[in-house]
Each structure stands twice: as C-alpha cells, then as structure tokens.
Write a protein that binds this ligand. Structure first.
Ligand code: NAP
Length: 319
C-alpha cells in the first residue's frame, strides 16, 4: 500500500495555483486552526508542514499544537509573522522565497517614486474628471531624475532599487544595520541622519520587532516639507499615525505606500489625502513573479519530503 501523502496546514489564503499544487501532492487542511477548532484538534497530530505567507501568523501556540511539525514554508521573502525562534526550538525548519521577487518589488518602488513625485494618479484623475478641459493644465509636479535617494535597508531588494535609481541619475545613500561595500553609496548610521540628506526616502527593511516604527515623527521631520517617503517594506516599519499627521500638515511633501499597519484596513485619514499614492501590497504581484515564488515555496516542501536539502531556508542569524 502506498504511504499516505504528508498532511499540510495552510496558515493563510494562498494563491490559487499554489493551492492547486498543494492539493496535488499533499493532504491539505485549509486554515483549519482558524475555521474549525474541533476538526483542527483531530487533524493536528498528523500535520507535518505549514504553508504560509510572509504575513500569516504562525505563533508559538500554533507550533506547539502540531507535534509532528517539521517544516514551515513561507510564500514570500519576509517572515515577520512566523515565530522562527519557537520553530527552531522545536527543530522545525523555516523556508522563504528570497531573490526571485527583487526586481518586481524594486520596479514597484520606482513606480511609486514616479507616481508620487510626478502625481501620475492625480494626473489621471485630472483627465477623467474633466478638469483639464475646465481648468486647463494641472499644477506642476516634482522632478525625480537627478534627485537624492535614501534607501533604508540596502539588502537584496534595496540594492535592486539602487541600481534602477542610478539609471535615473539619482545620488544614492543608505542606512542598514551594517555598512556595505557599496562604492558610490553614502552610508548613514540612522534613518534620521539619512532622511536629513535626501529628497526621497525608500523603506525596504524586514518587518518585525527589530524595525517597528523605525520611521517615526523624528525621521519624517528630518525628511522635511520637500521630502517624499515610499514604503514597500512592512506597515509596521512606519509610525502610521505620525505619517498621517506629517502628510496632513505638509511637514513632508508626499508618500507612496504599498504596505499598511493593519492590512487590508487603510485608515480613511490616509485615503482622504491628496499627497499620497496607495497600492494594496502588490510589490511582488505579477504572474511571473508569483509563479517563481510558488516554484520555490512548493519546491521547498517537495525537497523536504523527498529528503533533499531545502532550497531556501531562512538564514540562522535572522530570527
Ligand atoms: P534583506 O536582503 O534581508 O535586506 C534587508 C535590509 O534591511 C538589510 O540591508 C538589513 O541590514 C536592513 N535592516 C534590517 N534591520 C534593520 C534596522 N533595524 N535598521 C536599518 N536597516 C535594517 O531583505 P530583502 O529580501 O531585501 O527584503 C526586505 C523586506 O521587504 C522583506 O523582509 C519584506 O518585509 C519586504 N517585502 C515587501 C514586499 C511587498 O510586497 N511590498 C515584497 C517583498 C518583500 P543588514 O544588511 O545590515 O543586515
């Protein structure tokens, strides 16, 4: 008799093709811990892997309730919702999908920079609402090319953003936990010091406790009334209340935001503002990149259950 297929619990709503792949290879329990506690108690002893997204919550209690758990495969590069320390204590491996989404997220960061500086969504509305016809040309915007860019987090994606910004003739400065060997990029020891020296500040660090509200009122003050903020990292990295106040009082010029503190709930105070461009966490959201992420996330599950080395484990030091 063939061995039973491994049981996998999903910890979030996953992309439909990923669900299809999971159903083809495993016995899948779709968020049973959230939807059906009685059934969860029954199936929990059999669950050997969790398929999660970067934002799904896999906490110490959930890990403790799964005695046969061996692997948590994250569909995404960020894993701030996963209690990696609790997983490690139990000998549970954690994998994620780095690199395959660098270009996509960097493209969106440049898109948001252009959108917020050149007011592209506002320009679209100007045409649609007939204001061009009634009122004439729209007010002038801000130039991006040749501007001073500050990158908070010069990691895989941060470097892809820098490369694109070079093509726009921008000067590049950054902050990170450690200084990089990045010729021509000026290093600043803090986000506040960096913000003071740039026109555009792009945030692309991981989320989690280490970066919570890293971009606070002081950093926004340092960015100043001519400065723009773009956040493609995690909502938790920016103090959203302080940002709303700074935008409302024009203490910064504008913001382009792909991520929010309490997704998918975006405060009305933000949607009411004209100097922001908002996107619904779509940094990696193209068919091509989601497919590559799926290949990696699913590939990690396959490798694990075939006894092969994992393709992309979360690094040891990054808990
Ligand atoms: P990465 O290669 O690990 O780079 C992270 C960078 O952040 C590193 O340079 C790191 O510094 C820096 N950093 C970490 N903590 C910091 C702190 N407290 N202060 C200043 N800098 C700090 O990660 P990645 O692959 O570029 O991804 C970055 C993040 O992007 C992910 O974790 C995820 O949250 C987010 N993301 C968002 C989307 C989206 O859809 N919007 C998509 C993908 C990823 P060191 O180099 O010195 O360690």
């Amino acid at each position: 008799m063939a061995a039973e297929r491994p049981h996998v619990l999903t910890a979030a709503r996953l992309w439909a093709p990923m669900m299809e792949a999971l159903h083809g290879a495993f016995v899948v329990h779709e968020r049973t811990h959230q939807t059906d506690p009685a059934d969860f108690a029954r199936i929990a002893p059999q669950v050997r892997a969790i398929a999660a997204t970067g934002e799904s919550r896999v906490d110490r209690d959930l890990i403790a309730s799964l005695p046969a758990l061996e692997l948590i495969s994250v569909f995404g590069v960020g894993y701030d919702g996963i209690d990696v320390a609790a997983a490690r204590e139990r000998g549970v491996a954690v994998t994620h999908t780095p690199n395959v989404l660098n270009d996509e997220v960097a493209d969106l960061a440049l898109g948001l920079l252009l959108a917020v500086a050149r007011r592209i969504p506002q320009a679209d509305r100007w045409v649609r609402e007939g204001r061009w016809r009634r009122e004439g040309p729209m007010p002038l915007a801000r130039r991006l090319s040749g501007g001073r860019l500050g990158i908070v987090g010069l990691g895989r994606i941060g470097q892809a953003i820098a490369k694109r910004a070079e093509a726009f003739g921008m000067s590049i400065a950054y902050t990170a936990r450690s200084r990089k060997d990045a010729e021509g990029y000026a290093y600043f020891p803090s986000a506040e010091a960096l913000a003071r020296e740039v026109d555009f500040l792009v945030v692309i660090t991981p989320g989690g406790a280490g970066t919570r509200k890293l971009i606070d009122a002081r950093v926004l003050e340092a960015l100043g009334p001519q400065g723009y903020l773009v956040n493609v990292a995690r909502g938790s990295v920016v103090d959203e209340a302080a940002l709303i106040e700074a935008l409302r009082e024009k203490r910064i010029a504008g913001a382009g935001l792909d991520v929010f503190e309490d997704e998918p709930n975006v405060p009305e105070a933000l949607t009411a503002l004209d100097n922001v461009v908002l996107t619904p966490h779509v940094g990696s959201a193209t068919w091509q990149t989601r497919r590559a992420m799926m290949d990696l996330a699913f590939g990690n599950l396959q490798a694990h259950f075939a006894g092969r080395p994992l393709l992309s484990p979360v690094p040891e030091m990054r808990t």
